[in-house]
Design a protein around this ligand. Sequence first.
Ligand code: NAD
Length: 283
Amino acid sequence: MTNIINGRQIAKQLNQETKTRVDKLKEEGIIPGIAVILVGDNPASVIYTRNKQKTAEKLGMKSILRKFPKDVSQAEVLQAIHHYNDDPTIHAILIQLPLPKHLNQTELIEAISPEKDVDGFDSKNVGKLYNNEDGHYPVSCTARGIMTLLHSYLDKIEGKNVTIIGRSILVSRPLQSLLINENATVTMVSLHTDDIDYYTKHADILVVAAGTPNLIKKDQVKPGATVIDVGINRMANHHLVGDVDFNSVKEVAENITPVPGGVGPMTIATLMQQTVDLAEWNK
Ligand code: NAD
């Protein structure tokens, strides 16, 4: 029988654990604080930042949403980042992506103090993950959230063949490192790959992060595979669909995430988890 991976339930459990840690920090006089920077009014970004803020407040954290108009200058955003870097009540800083084209995304991300880089995008944190360094450092929240889902449904990741469709810096590459660090055999495929089906059919774990609605069908999936759908695609009828044709693929997969209700809730729950991590690591 197929398990529908319940991202909402696992995120709820994670949030309960995070709330317990927040309460403990409060006893020590520390309120974990997150500052989210939003530029412009991209409807999806507005919803994501609102959900992040609501969850942080529900868990008893300090949460600041700093909004800028879409024509804000690089200098103004940099100034805000420097301000939060110096603010001891803020432990985590996040820039909601994508940014308008005139802003230099790399410079802004690199301006965040690595100790407050809650998305794990700063090159120092990326390097530590890549090198599988010991010690504490933040990593991509979506990638870490996917690892939490996998650990909830699989006994071990070591030795598994994993195929990741997509090679983004925000999700796929950090996930590749996390999986390799747990001794999986990882293949990345993209639009440049010949015969994608060869790689999908050999995957014990198939992660799809392509941003293409219903890209993966049942005949491309190994029977008994675990299928993680990262895609969030809003259709003309306003419905959200993933990158996996859920109804057909669930006939062959052993475990599969739905969209919505799979990876999405894990991203926010992991962001909260990692904000508390930063508050604990840097106290
Ligand atoms: P991206 O959009 O930056 O890049 C997509 C990648 O997929 C590229 O590497 C491209 O080569 C590859 N690709 C696209 N179509 C392909 C195809 N037909 N065959 C093979 N490869 C193909 O990647 P991203 O930022 O990781 O986003 C991917 C999807 O995940 C988007 O739908 C995004 O909205 C979603 N996303 C969801 C969450 C979440 O919390 N659930 C978080 C981040 C991104």
